[in-house]
Design a protein around this ligand. Structure first.
Ligand SMILES: O=C1C[C@@](O)(C(=O)O)C[C@@H](O)[C@@H]1O
Length: 145
């Protein structure tokens, strides 16, 4: 049976493709999902790709992933900068979580320079556009197998 990686997306990421294309590029979340599934199968990983605009749903899915997945690539969107509850959820599970961002949050507004979740994560990948997700899959493969 293939090992599963959860690729989890938070608020507003369903708007990729039409949302601020100068910052996030033209790919939709469905395009990114397809790329992740292709690379996942090359790496021998099954990709469970999800998005929610709701903090509690993201927390529930992190808890579930602890039983079902090897690790998580997590783009928490703006909750990255605000959510102690997501920090606690990551700390509550034992599988590795990698924080992912499409944009380089450190080259943007100051409020994006702080991550509430980074201290609970195994590592952080940001600034490579949609390729950030692919880098996270490689990193998860490397640290989990
Ligand atoms: O929603 C997002 C997208 C983002 O997580 C990114 O992928 O670059 C960066 C966040 O600051 C922002 O709120």
């Amino acid at each position: 049976m293939m090992k599963t990686i959860l690729v989890l997306n938070g608020p507003n990421l369903n708007m990729l493709g039409k949302r601020e294309p100068g910052i996030y590029g033209g790919k939709t979340l469905a395009d990114i999902e397809a790329d992740c599934k292709t690379v996942g199968s090359e790496l021998g990983l099954s990709v469970d790709f999800r998005q929610s605009n709701h903090e509690g749903t993201l927390i529930d899915w992190l808890h579930e992933a602890d039983e079902k997945s090897l690790g998580v690539a997590f783009n928490a969107g703006a909750y990255t900068h605000t959510s102690i509850a997501l920090h606690d959820a990551i700390r509550a599970i034992s599988i590795p979580v990698i924080e992912v961002h499409v944009s380089n949050v450190h080259s943007r507004e100051e409020f994006r320079h702080t991550s509430m979740i980074a201290p609970a994560c195994k590592g952080v990948i940001c600034g490579f556009g949609p390729h950030s997700y692919i880098l996270a899959l490689h990193a998860l493969k490397n640290i989990t197998q």
